[in-house]
Write a protein that binds this ligand. Structure first.
Ligand SMILES: [Zn+2]
Length: 459
């Protein structure tokens, strides 16, 4: 008889209860999760990528535990937003051009980071009818009202408002930048629908030509694709208030007998070299920026997974270099090996609230034991060492060219003639290599698009 290991449970930290809880899906044959996706007007920055990687690990784990076809993962695109309108005006391009291009960038970047595509990736503009239906039902039930072409959600009509972020309505008014407007009965009330002028995208509605507020789109799309009650909802902790709080209010009031999301997962924010990432500090990086600097998607992913999602993460170049070394070593170990069994201890660690940092510690131990098949299988559960994303580490050994450059430098130090170094460097760069020279070390790193045949004839 084949020994079957008993399935242990997954535990997740639920922001709603502020406790780590055993995960029990509503329907194990269809585990359902929703992640708030990007507003598509610009390249995804590093912070945008963190919850995508975290949810990707969760998606892989749930598929492993419940079956590949038993998990439904929805991540939306917000393709109607005033930031998009402003970007289109500024660039002199159509809104559709901006959103379509940005969506493609996003998909490319997320794929480069090793993320599996979600089951559904709805765009808000495809769900306007569902949003209008939900808004009408909120008005009918007395949770929303019309004022000057706007429809507003009445926060006072929902007694549980604030339960997720754990704040009272009074605290929120004091702390939040709530907009006071003549069409609002209460400053906390938020927009479900707003009027559009001729230059702004708009759809016909019972309240005139207009467009939806941001929060209603997630409620409408989650209901349509996952049902009134589903399992997991997540995003960055900056979305907890007001976005998630508002989603809960809308969905619970529209479907009072349902539960909306059972588990709320929020990741902590991200820093760069110990500082907050901001445009004014000049350390605002998109995913593409880092890849252009020569960091492979897999390396970025490894650095992210080295810090658990519930902790603030610090992106540093030193960590990225270390990740590069580790991954290229592991890739060599696994090169000609098939994935075998997932390591049980590592799996238990991931099941403990996605302890990816702990799982990586197990990977080091598995690698040290020389268990290449186990290393590969276990790493792949984290989306690492996948066959498709190792081009950067290429089986191509770059040490020959590193030695060549290193010798040229030694010689140049004596002769003071640096022309050979310049020749080599420019050849490496045009082949798609990143050249990193320190006092003691010479390192070449293959960037996306590296063409080894361009180095032919160099020696
Ligand atoms: Zn959302």
């Amino acid at each position: 008889m084949r020994y079957v290991t008993p399935m242990t449970d997954i535990f997740l930290h639920n922001s709603m209860t502020r406790a780590k809880e055993r995960f029990i899906p509503i329907d194990p044959a269809n585990v359902r999760m929703y992640l708030c996706g990007p507003t598509v007007y610009d390249r995804a920055h590093l912070g945008n990528a963190r919850n995508v990687i975290m949810f990707d690990v969760l998606f892989r784990l749930l598929r492993h535990e419940y079956g590949e076809n038993c998990v439904t993962y929805v991540r939306n695109f917000t393709d109607v937003d005033d930031k998009i309108n402003a970007r289109a005006r500024q660039a002199g391009r159509s809104i559709l051009e901006i959103t379509q291009k940005t969506i493609q960038w996003y998909l490319d970047d997320m794929a480069a980071l090793g993320n599996i595509e979600p089951t559904h990736m709805p765009s808000a503009t495809q769900y306007i009818a569902q949003m209008i239906t939900m808004i009408e039902s909120l008005i009918d039930k007395g949770h929303a009202y019309v004022g000057e072409g706007h429809v507003l959600f009445s926060v006072n009509s929902y007694s549980n408002y604030g339960a997720l972020s754990g704040r009272s309505v009074d605290d929120m008014i004091a702390g939040a930048r709530v907009e006071v407007a003549p069409y609002k009965r209460d400053p906390m009330d938020f927009v479900l629908w707003k009027p559009s002028d001729h230059d702004t995208p708009g759809w016909d509605s019972p309240w005139g030509r207009g467009r939806p507020g941001w929060h209603i789109e997630c409620s409408a799309m989650a209901k349509d694709l996952l049902g009134e009650s589903f399992d997991i909802h997540g995003g960055g902790n900056d979305l907890m208030f007001p976005h998630h709080e508002n989603e809960i209010a809308q969905s619970q009031c529209a479907h009072p007998d349902a539960q909306f999301a059972q588990y709320w997962l929020h990741n902590e924010m991200l820093q760069i070299e110990g500082k907050k990432m901001s445009k004014s500090l000049g350390n605002f990086f998109t995913v593409r920026d880092l890849m252009d600097q020569g960091f492979a998607g897999e390396v970025i992913r490894f650095v992210f997974l080295s810090t658990n999602y519930g902790k603030p993460m610090d992106w540093t170049k030193a960590k990225a270099r270390e990740a590069e070394n580790t991954l290229s070593k592991w890739r060599k170990t696994c090169a000609a090996v098939d994935a075998s069994e997932i390591n049980k201890d590592a799996l238990e660690t991931i099941k403990d609230d996605l302890n990816t940092a702990g799982a990586i510690a197990h990977l080091h131990a598995i690698a040290a034991r020389g268990d290449a098949g186990g290393l590969k299988a276990t790493a792949q559960l984290l989306g690492l060492l996948d066959d498709g994303m190792g081009d950067w580490a290429t089986s191509i050994d770059l040490s020959k060219w590193e030695n060549m450059l290193s010798q040229a430098r030694t010689k140049a130090m004596e002769t003071k003639d640096f022309s050979e170094i310049d020749r080599l460097k420019s050849a490496f760069v045009s082949a798609g290599l990143d050249v990193r020279m320190s006092k003691t070390d010479v390192k070449l790193v293959a960037k996306a698009g590296f063409q080894v045949d361009r180095l032919d004839g160099l020696d």
